[in-house]
Design a protein around this ligand. Structure first.
Ligand code: I3P
Length: 109
């Protein structure tokens, strides 16, 4: 699955709140491949090698949990992703349908 997702980092690897200055929203082209969610700046190109930044932004979603971010109301169609290493991200999808589709696909991994 792939599509546009806008990411906000809410908690870091230690489970602590992501500090100010790193809590902004950032738009990515997201590709879910196997157990990895790749977040790339540009549109997905199958033949292009992943850059160092792309690899750094990639998220292992094995044992991660995606839910609708019911406690976040500033933007619509936002899902919350909790990873196995205690990070928490918010992802805004382009529509409620897309958000539901991402939640289902992520939780199937
Ligand atoms: C953050 C940025 C986010 C905002 C966040 C700020 O600043 O303005 O958009 O989240 O508020 O800290 P920075 O880019 O300097 O990290 P919202 O869009 O959800 O308000 P927060 O600290 O209350 O999460």
């Amino acid at each position: 699955k792939h599509g546009v997702l806008t990411r906000k980092s809410h908690a870091d690897m230690d489970g602590k709140r992501t500090p100010r200055g790193r809590r902004g929203w950032k738009k990515f082209y997201a590709v879910l491949k196997g157990t990895i969610l790749y977040l790339q700046k540009d549109e997905y190109k199958p033949d292009k090698d992943l850059s160092e930044v792309d690899l750094k932004n990639a998220i292992r979603i094995h044992h991660a949990l995606a839910t609708k971010a019911t406690d976040y109301s500033k933007r619509p169609s936002v899902l919350k992703l909790k990873t196995a290493d205690w990070r928490v991200f918010l992802f805004q999808a382009p529509s409620e349908e897309e958000m539901m589709s991402w939640i289902l696909r992520i939780n199937l991994v």
